[in-house]
Ligand binder design. Structure first.
Ligand code: SF4
Length: 74
């Protein structure tokens, strides 16, 4: 379904979405990120539900499996 700019603005604000991260947590190592092409993905989190960039970040971030494994391995 088409998304209005106003709807997207509300989601961006509520998720506290930013075009860059201040640490090693970013969209392309988040469990909700589904890569479309290099550097561009779709966020499948129901509260975001939009195209996002690999280096972006929001407060809903949660580690994907690879990130959990890498961080547990130290
Ligand atoms: S939940 Fe947030 S950090 Fe994770 S992919 Fe979506 S926008 Fe990016």
């Amino acid at each position: 379904m088409a998304q209005s700019v106003q709807e997207l603005k509300v989601r961006v604000e509520q998720a506290d979405l930013w075009p860059e991260s201040t640490n090693d947590d970013h969209c392309d190592n988040c469990r909700f990120y589904m890569e479309i092409k290099e550097g561009i993905g779709y966020c499948a989190h129901r509260d975001v539900d939009m195209v996002v960039g690999a280096p972006w970040w929001c407060k809903l971030w949660a580690a994907n499996r690879e990130t959990v494994a890498a961080r547990e391995a130290g």
